[in-house]
Design a protein around this ligand. Sequence first.
Ligand code: NAD
Ligand code: TYD
Length: 352
Amino acid sequence: MKRVLVTGGAGFIGSNFVQYMLSNKENIELLVNLDALTYAGNLENLTEVQNDKRYKFVKGDIRDKELVEKLFCEYDFDTVVHFAAESHVDRSIEEPELFLTTNIVGTQTLLDAAKRHWKIQPNDKYSCDYRDGVKYLQVSTDEVYGALGETGMFTETTPLSPNSPYSASKASADLIVRAYHETYGMPVNITRCSNNYGPYQFPEKLIPLMIHNARNDKALPVYGDGMQIRDWLHVSDHCAAIATVLEKGKIGEVYNIGGNNEKANIEIVRLILAELGKPESLITYVKDRPGHDRRYAIDNTKITTELGWAPVYTFEQGIKETINWYLDNVEWVERITTGDYLNYYTKMYENI
Ligand code: NAD
Ligand code: TYD
């Protein structure tokens, strides 16, 4: 039975992962979700699991050493899945410092607590086996590899070459995780996934933003020429891949996660307009993002051949379901765009 700490479980991927684990994995004894509820954290994403006896929410910051230590002592975690991060590239251009402290120092705080709690000392890995079943998983991104030209794909050995403050902070965190493995023998994995789409994504990211604007007949802001390429994966396939790495990943290894779905931004925007029956005249080309990465593409050979994971969704099916989800959950989007969701925590948790 597993005692899992999930950080950032009120965000887009984290909340999908919490739901995925509690519905699909019978070996979860306890799952604690530590989330600071920044603008991107929304407990409404988790209403389906909030009464599950195995689930506990803790509002707090991953950089709060005392709190993190206390949680390890109180709950005796054997697994950490670290999602919590500042995740939006455009915000990182405006406010790099927040990205560095949350994404880098926050990661180190978690690693230190896990190291102390798991009694992992320097060079343990040379003298004994890892404590069975203990694992720290760092949820990273393909953006740490930088940008590709027209050909080629990111493999796990592609040199890190991040271009934005966001990706630089994620790459730094990856290097710290690696160092804790090499130096202290920490039982770690790093996963690097391509762009996710699906339910509960904050409507500042491309797909939910474009659906929201198209629905409201507002301009769809396409950066630069719209020919930048992203490699899209449905969030539930990402969650399944993380669960696979937790179960079967070889300690110390990095696994790329992607579903071979390269699309230019403008293709996605046109597809959304077509699905919603809206005119292409809503497309508005705007000034390009500084340092905008041209193309990402993941080579998923390692995780598919060594661990047997494969995506379930085709992009065609996944994007239709996703568009329908946002149309069926207009109130969820409205509460975010008006800021109302920020009151949810106070309303639901004022007595505890
Ligand atoms: P998100 O922005 O939707 O959610 C981030 C969550 O972290 C929020 O709930 C927020 O409240 C929480 N958080 C932020 N700072 C915190 C802090 N100091 N302490 C505690 N909680 C804090 O992000 P997401 O899109 O769900 O991404 C989750 C992770 O997956 C990130 O690490 C991101 O780098 C990685 N990732 C994302 C994508 C993608 O396409 N979205 C792809 C690959 C990897
Ligand atoms: P985004 O969803 O922010 O993810 P990332 O930057 O992490 O890949 O953006 C996806 C792509 O869409 C990226 O190339 C930037 C582009 N984009 C736009 O063209 N317009 C927008 O309003 C946004 C948010 C993104």
